[in-house]
Design a binder for this molecule. Structure first.
Ligand SMILES: [Zn+2]
Length: 148
């Protein structure tokens, strides 16, 4: 069992998903639509703790804003990272404009900022954009798919 708790992107209901059974194609228990974990999932001030605390794997959170150019440039790298490490790490994105409470709680000074959580606690932080996937992999030591 490698449980995570994620909000359905369609109906916003929380779902408990076992990452060791991703091949079966998890579906939302409420609306029945697929739950995809191969891409960054949105979290909000309201759902942040539930998702981060509920994860049995490391969680990487991208704190971004729509007006932030470096955030936009980093987005495809993060997408690739999430796809490559599906089931090993949960990649989340938080819109800091719509959700100011969580960035304030973690003392964010600028965006983009990436924070990696392990067992619900901050383990590593990267301030500023990263240009390559291997720099993202360095933030989460021990990934199976990582290139040294
Ligand atoms: Zn749903």
């Amino acid at each position: 069992m490698k449980p995570v708790v994620v909000m359905c992107v369609f109906c916003a209901k929380p779902n408990r998903v076992d990452l060791s059974r991703l091949a079966e194609g998890p579906k939302c228990g409420n609306c029945g639509r697929p739950i995809r974990l191969d891409r960054p999932l949105p979290v909000t001030d309201a759902t942040f703790d539930k998702v981060v605390d509920g994860s049995s794997v490391p969680v990487m959170v991208d704190f971004y804003a729509d007006w932030c150019g470096p955030c936009k440039m980093m987005a495809p790298i993060l997408d690739d990272f999430a796809r490559q490490h599906t089931g090993e790490v949960l990649v989340l994105k938080l819109d800091t404009e719509a959700n100011p409470a969580t960035p304030a709680r973690f003392g964010l000074r600028g965006i983009p900022t990436l924070i990696v959580f392990e067992n619900g606690r901050e383990a590593r932080r990267q301030v500023g954009a990263v240009q390559t996937a291997d720099l993202l992999e360095k933030l989460v030591p021990g990934l199976a798919g990582a290139k040294a």
